[in-house]
Ligand binder design. Structure first.
Ligand code: F6P
Length: 322
């Protein structure tokens, strides 16, 4: 294999740049040329493809976002759109594509590979951590740390005013960011999309927390929660909870900022592993870390299998929140 391309697709995630760098440097070390595609699949269709030298990826390791840009591209969902993308790759004599993104991006990559002779390898890159075949996705660790920084600040003011706070975190329809930031942030309650919520029990739990002498009460709400987020949950709790309460939706700050050490290490390993997989003749696989080992998983698993929330962590949350 002489020439490959790399793109980032879907929601950006901290660590994507470190992964781009790792792909380029690892390929360069093995005599493989890398082309960067700007703006995800849309840029591929539009022909925004240019050579990336080992030097051109200097100084991006620590940057959040993605220097290649990203997009959610409807045209790529059609065979016609993908055919255009294949033509662009063939024009540059590119034999394989590394896609850094989430399950939607992997669906597109898989279809492209089935319809052409372009090999594809995926690197899981999304703050949501909702991809099967890896312990953690790129960006998840940083996003949780960012949420924690905000939660720690909210605790200061919540304690000063003896308030309950409903804090909404991202994650689309998955509760990974919520569960991890709730445990690590010392929340009283976490509301996940994966579990039904009993509002009366929640009200009681909040009131009991104050009755037991807590000076504040933090409720972390996943944005994909059945009621529709933290504002809706706060409204459902109404005036029945002790004292006054406030709501904060953390929003896109969770997506930005420099990647954590864990995300940089993951990016380095997976970028390198993606190139190795291609050189080994692999196709339609995702590289991910499981129990500190890099493993290859069929791309299809990333969207067809939903890993359950770890029961031990749900139980831990319950035990520590009293
Ligand atoms: O998938 C990453 C993510 O940040 C989700 O957590 C969130 O639901 C979504 O993207 C937001 O998408 P957008 O940036 O298009 O509003």
């Amino acid at each position: 294999m002489r020439r490959i391309a790399v793109l980032t697709s879907g929601g950006d995630a901290p660590g994507m740049n470190a992964a781009i760098r790792a792909v380029v440097r690892s390929a360069d070390a093995r005599g493989v040329d890398v082309y960067g595609v700007r703006k995800g699949y849309q840029g591929l269709i539009d022909g925004e493809v240019s050579h990336l030298s080992a030097r051109s990826v200097s100084g991006i390791l620590h940057l959040g976002g993605t220097v290649l840009g990203s997009a959610r591209c409807d045209a790529f969902r059609t065979p016609e759109g993908r055919a255009l993308a294949v033509k662009r790759l063939q024009l540059h004599k590119i034999e394989a594509l590394v896609v850094i993104g989430g399950d939607g991006s992997f669906r597109g990559a898989d279809a492209l590979s089935v319809e052409s002779d372009i090999a594809v390898v995926g690197i899981p890159g999304t703050i949501d951590n909702d991809i099967s075949g890896c312990d953690f996705t790129l960006g998840f660790d940083t996003a949780v740390n960012t949420a924690l920084d905000a939660i720690d600040r909210i605790r200061d003011t919540a304690a000063s005013h003896q308030r309950a706070f409903f804090i909404e975190v991202m994650g689309r329809s998955s509760g990974w960011i919520a569960l991890f930031s709730a445990i690590a942030g010392g929340a009283t309650e976490v509301l996940l999309p994966e579990q039904p919520t009993d509002i009366e029990a929640l009200q009681t739990r909040i009131n009991d927390a104050f009755d037991m002498g807590k000076q504040y009460c933090l409720v972390v709400v996943a944005e994909g929660h059945e009621l529709g987020g933290a504002f809706a949950v706060a409204a459902a709790c109404g005036e029945t909870i002790t004292g006054n309460h406030r709501v904060t939706a953390l929003g896109h700050i969770q997506r930005g900022g420099p990647p954590s050490m864990r995300d940089r290490m993951l990016a380095a390993r997976l970028g390198d592993a993606a190139v190795t997989a291609l050189l080994d003749g692999q196709n339609r696989v995702m590289v991910g870390e499981v129990d500190r080992e890099v493993v290859r998983t069929p791309l299809e698993r990333s969207w067809s299998v939903v890993d359950p929330m770890p029961q031990d962590l749900l139980d831990l949350m319950d035990r520590l929140a009293r």
